[in-house]
Design a binder for this molecule. Structure first.
Ligand code: NAI
Length: 330
């Protein structure tokens, strides 16, 4: 099938090219992000493939439909960037990759936590300048600390299991508790208890109307002073302005962020020769106790191969018999 890939990056192309030798789709890669302005590139393509910062709003979807697109294949798990209501109205099916490597994301959350706690980036810069002083590098043992996990689906479950391995007490909050985690000794509690008891809080819930800005001024105020907040979920889970206020007051101990609510026009791009226009992100970058990565938690070899396999299989099923594997619906 002819497929137009939007927002394609070199790091993923290799996996798609290799895996596609088994599927034989006619792929055209576009570096442009999908927006209403670029949607016309999809003309002549019955399927398009989009990533997390492509804008699948009503305007883009309407153009895609009028250009003859019949399938939207997301090469991501999250689908908060798709106007599903508009897609359904236009009878444009949307499929996704529900799981590619929960380990990749959970391990990155742990990497952020360890790097922040043990001041790894600061220590590395110092040592390179031949400054071998230990002042300002004191961390804490994770053993015996309480870790609160919001969302114990695929990724949160791996995160909880890893934290148990560190000897942490793990608290969790989810609409549907996972019995395997209860057996492992994870305690499901209400949100307020997570906030008041946790030394570390890690976010693994999807972004939707209920969870938007779940971390806000009120919830931050309920957290223990010095708490470490890790977000590999979605930027919109956190009210960034409230986060900055909490950091400025020294209430929040540290923040490890792989996602940012306004990342769409920034992440995945090399802006090193331009001037950062986002003042909120610029402020965040000034805190020594904030560590930001640009939505790379998923980025392991295993995950990329999995993403390519599932995406191309989703497209093949649709092409062969109209079957919508891994469809996302309202
Ligand atoms: P999942 O669907 O397996 O788990 C989500 C869990 O959250 C479920 O157990 C669900 O019951 C729970 N949940 C949903 N709404 C809730 C609410 N209002 N309150 C409490 N619990 C709620 O999803 P998975 O695979 O674990 O991924 C989680 C999120 O991680 C994704 O939605 C995505 O946004 C993000 N993600 C980030 C990546 C990155 O590279 N930074 C890569 C992949 C996913």
């Amino acid at each position: 099938m002819k497929v137009a890939f939007f927002d394609m990056h070199r790091f993923e192309k290799k996996a798609f090219d290799e895996v596609n030798t088994r599927f034989g789709h006619e792929i055209t890669y576009f570096e442009s992000r999908l927006t209403p302005e670029t949607a016309k590139l999809a003309s002549q393509f019955p399927a398009i493939c989009a990533f997390v910062n492509d804008r699948l709003n009503e305007a883009s979807l309407t153009i895609l439909k009028s250009e003859g697109v019949r399938l939207i294949a997301l090469r991501s798990a999250g689908f908060n960037h798709v106007d599903l209501c508009a897609a359904q109205k236009l009878a444009l099916p949307v499929v996704r990759v529900p799981a590619y490597s929960p380990h990749a994301v959970a391990e990155h959350a742990v990497a952020l936590l360890l790097a922040l706690n043990r001041k790894i980036t600061r220590a590395n810069s110092r040592v390179r300048e031949l400054n071998f002083s230990l002042e300002g590098l004191v961390g804490f043992d994770l053993f015996g600390k309480t870790v609160g996990i919001l969302g114990t689906g695929k990724i949160g479950t791996v995160m909880a299991t890893i934290m148990k391995g560190f000897g942490c007490n793990v608290l969790a909050y989810d609409l549907e508790p996972n019995p395997d985690l209860i057996t492992l000794g994870v305690q499901y509690v209400q949100l307020d208890e997570i906030y008041s008891r946790s030394d570390v809080i890690s976010l693994h819930i999807p972004l939707n109307e209920t969870t938007h800005h779940i971390i806000n001024e009120a919830s931050l105020a309920k957290m223990k002073p010095g708490v470490y907040l890790i977000n590999t979920g979605r930027g919109g889970l956190i009210d960034t302005k409230a986060l900055i206020t909490s950091l400025k007051h020294g209430h929040l101990g540290a923040a490890g962020l792989d996602v940012y609510e306004e990342e769409e026009n920034i992440f995945f791009q090399d802006l090193s020769e331009s001037c950062l226009q986002d003042d909120i992100l610029a402020r965040l970058l000034t805190f020594p106790n904030v560590l930001i990565t640009s939505h790379q938690a998923f980025l392991t070899h295993e995950a990329l191969v999995h993403i390519a396999e599932t995406t191309l299989e989703n497209i093949s099923s649709f092409e062969k018999n109209g079957l919508l594997m891994n469809e996302v619906r309202l």
